[in-house]
Ligand binder design. Sequence first.
Ligand code: FAD
Length: 495
Amino acid sequence: MSAVSAVVPIAIIWFRNDLRLADNPALNAAVKWAEKNNGIVLPVFILDPVIDPQLGGATRWWLEKSLARLDAALSKTAEMNEKALHLFKSDAPTVFDQLQANYRIGAVFWNRLYDKASIARDTDIKSSLRDADIECDSFNGQLLYEPWEIKTGAGTDFKVFTPFWRACQKLPPPVAPNKAPKSIPLGDLKLAREIDLAALDLSPKPFDWAAGFGKRFVPGEQGALDQLHSFIDDRLDDYAYLRDRPDHLVTSELSPHLRFGEISPRQVWHAANHYADAHPGKGKTASKFMAELGWREFSHHVLFHAKDLKSVPLQGKFANFPWIDDPNALKHWQRGQTGFPIVDAGMRELWHTGYMHNRVRMIVGSILVKHLLTDWRNGLAWFDDTLVDACPANNAFSWQWIGGCGADASPYFRIFNPVLQGEKFDPDGHYVRQWVPELADMPTRYIHKPWDAPALALKAAGVDLGRTYPKPLIDLKQGRERALNAFQEMKRAAG
Ligand code: FAD
């Protein structure tokens, strides 16, 4: 660590969705540049209100913790006590203009983002830095493959997952991840207009509704690595055949760590690949897991190529779908008060932990979009605000998939029955009992359909339907028929 004057050459590492030191190509480039030019590395994070206004409450909670841990890790590498990460809350071009005006910025490096707004902003910043003779480069720190590298035989982007993932697998395997730099030459700069973490104003308001998140997750790079190792050591073995069961802890729960880049997909992919090499006969479970990373790649591929994944249905015929605007139904769904136990369990798990199991995401999505005929964009907005892993690619892609209007989406007329789904994937009702405690004493036979239970069974379980637990918000058969009719109406209108 050195006291820095305005003439020391500086390489900026602009952290975004890559809040880690290991396998971070932009950070490595900055360190290399600083060593070569006798300069220092300046780690910067910018909360850009132009790009980040959609950052939801749960992701803001995560980001605050993750930035604190990144700052501590950077300081430790440079053996300094001061803060190492410089924080700004402003539009990014203005921050770079100010830094250029006051310091000898020689280079700026970052890892790429793939949504349209970020790409446009980053392209402008890159060209204005280069115009000012500042070295500027961007890298792939977020994906196994760049979205534009994967093409169909006709040279176009993919619309279907299986051939997409097959095409990825034909490419050379993802390069091995790099270790964190041994040391980072940081300076003790205090920059004009930088702010401290509290001033980023990321904490939940008006009260700490996110208190439960920290019981489930440890944000930050070390938390991500610990999570990966415990998954590989204890759970990957069972992944292929238990991954759909919300009543078992089997999946990796790496999604928020991947969302913020506290771990790279290359690190995750190579850990699973290593497991497959070391455990002959276990290749199937490892490939199933790696294929889920493939879905993440696919959703980024689709995000990159789509006009506006968040708002515009990929299948044009859905543009005028006859959605019903029912704020009351939406509110019951958001609060886990639909009267369908597996749905309510999922929505409450989400509220309390910032996370929901993938199978349950599909079930709650289906009931909202199909039985309740609510526009998928309402579900997307709620997940964006409440999921700790809410991400512009995976969330928008998945809601379009649920809505039947996305890429490789299951057809709209395939409608999940929440009772059958519950009985299949939570057969003993453990998951429901955990998150819907008012049903804890229901006999297993009725746990997913309490309205069918005889009065005596309800009484014995302390359940008074409509009072201690809601009656179903909609008749499942009628809801299904209404959804199918709406679909037919849309098809007729689209010709
Ligand atoms: P694992 O099963 O351990 O999978 C490993 C990793 O692969 C995940 O961490 C994730 O990065 C990726 N992955 C797994 N399944 C999918 C999938 N179906 N699509 C894309 N990537 C996948 N995932 C998000 O990361 N952010 C979101 O905002 C998000 N919103 C969703 C909304 C809906 C309606 C649905 C149905 C799914 C959504 N998903 C989202 C996908 C999936 O539910 C989560 O990635 C998964 O549940 C995370 O748990 P995990 O880390 O234990 O997954």
